[in-house]
Ligand binder design. Structure first.
Ligand SMILES: [Zn+2]
Length: 101
C-alpha cells in the first residue's frame, strides 16, 4: 500500500475518503479515531493517514490531485504556503498558519 496523505485533520481525510468511495478506489485508513485526540497528543504519530493499494495508486493520485485543485465550497488561501483551506477552518492544515483576513 502507498500513503496518499497524512493530516491532523480527520475531516480532511474523510473528505478524501468520500472522493475515493465515489471513484470506487479501495483505501485503508490509519489513526482515524486517534487523530481526533491529536489536540491533546500533538504527535505526528496520531495523524490520520489514508493509503491505497499499489494497483490503484496512479488512479488514486489523479483523483486526489483533482480533489486538491477543486475544493468544495468556500475557501481561503494560506498566505504562507498558498494551500486552499475550507472556510470552516481558521488554521492552515498544511503549515498551521492562522488565517489572516
Ligand atoms: Zn499554509
Amino acid at each position: 500500500m502507498k500513503l496518499i496523505e497524512t493530516s491532523p485533520d480527520v475531516y480532511r481525510i474523510q473528505a478524501i475518503r468520500a472522493v475515493f468511495d465515489k471513484e470506487e478506489i479501495s483505501y485503508h485508513l490509519n489513526n482515524e479515531f486517534l487523530a481526533q485526540l491529536s489536540g491533546e497528543i500533538p504527535l505526528p504519530d496520531c495523524y490520520a493517514e489514508i493509503y491505497v493499494d499499489d494497483v490503484d495508486y496512479d488512479r488514486a493520485v489523479a483523483v486526489y490531485e483533482k480533489f486538491r485543485a477543486e475544493p468544495s465550497g468556500e475557501t481561503w488561501k494560506c498566505v504562507s504556503c498558498e494551500e486552499l483551506i475550507e472556510d470552516q477552518f481558521d488554521i492552515c492544515w498544511n503549515c498551521e498558519t492562522v488565517r489572516s483576513d
